[in-house]
Design a protein around this ligand. Structure first.
Ligand code: SF4
Ligand code: SF4
Length: 220
C-alpha cells in the first residue's frame, strides 16, 4: 500500500489562504488504513477547517481514490457541492490527488498529505518501506530481503565497512540488511552462493519515469 503522512495543519492553512470554501476528498483504501484520509480523518479535517473559518461544502471518501473512472462517477453525484467550493482538498496519496485533478479541472486541487513510500504493513500503526519500486526486481537473489531499499546505501554487495555487530552504521538501532540477508539465506541453505557472487550494477533505465502500462484488459 501507499504510505502517506498528514501535512502540518498550519502549513496547509497557508496553502488554502485563497480558498474560503473547500470540498474534501478522502480515500477508503490506503489512506484509511494509514489513518490519514479515511472517514474519521476527513470528518476531523472538516471540523478543523470550519474552526479556522472555512466553509466545507461537502466531503466524500471514495473506495479507492486513484481509480479515475470510479471517482468520476462518484464526484458527478456531488456536482453542486464541488461547484460551490473554491478549492478541493485531497486526503489521499499523490496518485489520488492527480486523479481528482484530472476530473475536476476547473478548481484548484490541494494535497493534504505527503506521499512517502510503498508500505508493508504489520499490525495497525506499523508500516515499513521494504520496496522502492525500482523497476527491476532482484530481491529473490537476496533471500527475499531487498538491499536496494532496506540498506540506506543500496549496497548490492555488502555489507559495507560500517556494519558493526550486525547493526547498520546509518542507524545503529537497525539490523544491517546484510545481517537479515545472510540469516535468511542461511536458513534456506543458499548462503554460500551469495558469498561467491559479485552482483552487477542494476539497469537504471528500468526505473525511468513516468512508467505506464496500457493494454487490452481482460476485465474492466
Ligand atoms: S529489487 Fe527491491 S526495490 Fe526493486 S522491485 Fe524488488 S523489492 Fe522493490
Ligand atoms: S551497515 Fe549494512 S544496511 Fe547499513 S549502510 Fe552499511 S551495508 Fe547498508
Amino acid at each position: 500500500m501507499i504510505a502517506t503522512k498528514a501535512k502540518d495543519f498550519e502549513e496547509l492553512l497557508n496553502r488554502l489562504s485563497e480558498a474560503a470554501s473547500i470540498y474534501i476528498v478522502g480515500c477508503g483504501d490506503c489512506a484509511t488504513v494509514l489513518q490519514t484520509g479515511g472517514e474519521y480523518e476527513v470528518a476531523e479535517m472538516k471540523t478543523k477547517l470550519e474552526e479556522a473559518g472555512k466553509t466545507v461544502t461537502g466531503t466524500v471518501v471514495p473506495d479507492v481514490t486513484c481509480q479515475v473512472l470510479d471517482i468520476k462517477r462518484l464526484l458527478r453525484g456531488d456536482k453542486e457541492a464541488i461547484e460551490s467550493a473554491d478549492g478541493i482538498l485531497v486526503m489521499a496519496c499523490g496518485a489520488g490527488v492527480q486523479a481528482v485533478a484530472e476530473i475536476i479541472d476547473d478548481r484548484e486541487v490541494f494535497a493534504a498529505l505527503d506521499t512517502t513510500f510503498a508500505a508493508d504493513k504489520f499490525r495497525g500503526g506499523e508500516f515499513y518501506e521494504w520496496c522502492s519500486l525500482c523497476g527491476e526486481c532482484i530481491v529473490d537473489q537476496y533471500g527475499g530481503v531487498c538491499p536496494v531499499t532496506r540498506c540506506p546505501k543500496g549496497q548490492l554487495n555488502g555489507p559495507c565497512g560500517g556494519a558493526d555487530k550486525g547493526k547498520c552504521e546509518v542507524d545503529t538501532e537497525r539490523d544491517c540488511v546484510w545481517t537479515l540477508i545472510y540469516n535468511r539465506l542461511d536458513k534456506v541453505g543458499d548462503k554460500q552462493e551469495i558469498e561467491d557472487r559479485m552482483a552487477e550494477a542494476k539497469d537504471h533505465e528500468k526505473s525511468t519515469k513516468p512508467h505506464e502500462y496500457v493494454f487490452e484488459a481482460r476485465r474492466g
